[in-house]
Design a protein around this ligand. Structure first.
Ligand SMILES: Nc1ncnc2c1ncn2[C@@H]1O[C@H](COP(=O)(O)OP(=O)(O)O)[C@@H](O)[C@H]1O
Ligand SMILES: [Mg+2]
Length: 241
């Protein structure tokens, strides 16, 4: 089978702790995520020592895990989930190994939407952010969507105008992390767990802003420079200095 050519690692538009994120070469509205070579399932299993050997190797493959989670969410929750997560188009063979294809979240001007972490770092906890977090928390709980701890760099803020947030989209960290994930079978339990995960966002935002106030360290993940966010967009803003 023909492999999708995603170019070199340096062509990825972003990297997380586990994966490289590439533009889909045939569709600007989609992205393809592949596993980082230095974070292979084998290495991750080894790092866990004896505990690691108790779990199958596939459980350390973030892409496969996320793909099954997307399928399960589509099956159980239907289209209502797509307000909060990208649509998934399945796995494809690529020159960087199996790639997971999903919608790439973009703003009104074509820029790749920035993470909630970056948005809050730049704009602060403004009334606009507060309203949008409150609406998200309520909807996330009502639907009872499955996630690990919701991290600010795994959520992107999609804008419909410079000053208008359309929605928050969770692009990583979906699925229940429990050994026995009863949340898949009980919607009441799922709602209670989802409420707790969403509530923690408020503290995470405060903690991030405290780091900024005290000139602390940004950390590793979740920042994209304008050149990365506007790569390939003809309306990219011109740098002024
Ligand atoms: N569908 C998407 N739309 C927009 N940006 C995305 C999307 N998926 C990932 N990103 C960007 O890429 C970064 C890394 O992706 P992520 O899926 O979190 O990788 P990892 O699984 O390695 O943590 C995110 O923090 C975000 O900035
Ligand atoms: Mg991530």
């Amino acid at each position: 089978m023909q492999k999708l050519d995603l170019g070199s690692e340096a062509d990825s538009f972003a990297q997380g702790g586990n994966r490289l994120c590439f533009f889909h070469p045939m569709d600007a509205g989609k992205c393809v995520k592949t596993l980082r070579k230095d974070r292979s399932p084998e290495l991750k299993q080894k790092e866990k020592g004896i505990k690691g050997w108790l779990k199958p190797l596939s459980s350390f493959d973030d892409n496969q895990q996320e793909y099954s989670t997307f399928l399960r969410i589509a099956d159980i929750y239907g289209p209502q989930a797509l307000q909060f997560i990208p649509r998934c188009y399945g796995m494809v063979a690529t020159n960087h190994g199996p790639g997971l294809v999903t919608d790439l979240v973009r703003d009104f001007d074509g820029a790749i939407s920035m993470t909630l972490k970056q948005y809050v770092w730049i704009h602060g906890n403004t009334p606009r952010v507060k309203n949008c977090i409150a609406a998200f928390q309520q909807a996330w709980e009502t639907i009872g969507l499955p996630s690990r701890n919701l991290l600010l760099h795994n959520i992107v803020v999609q804008l419909t105008a410079e000053d208008t947030i359309q929605r928050l989209v969770v692009i990583d960290g979906l699925g229940w992390a429990d050994v026995l994930p009863f949340g898949w079978w009980s919607r009441t339990l799922a709602r209670a767990k989802a409420a707790r995960k969403a509530e923690r966002l408020t503290e995470a935002i405060e903690a991030l802003l405290e780091i900024k106030r005290t000139n602390g360290d940004w950390g590793y993940h979740g920042w994209m420079e304008p050149a990365q966010r506007y790569a390939g967009v003809s309306t990219a803003p011109v740098a002024t200095s």
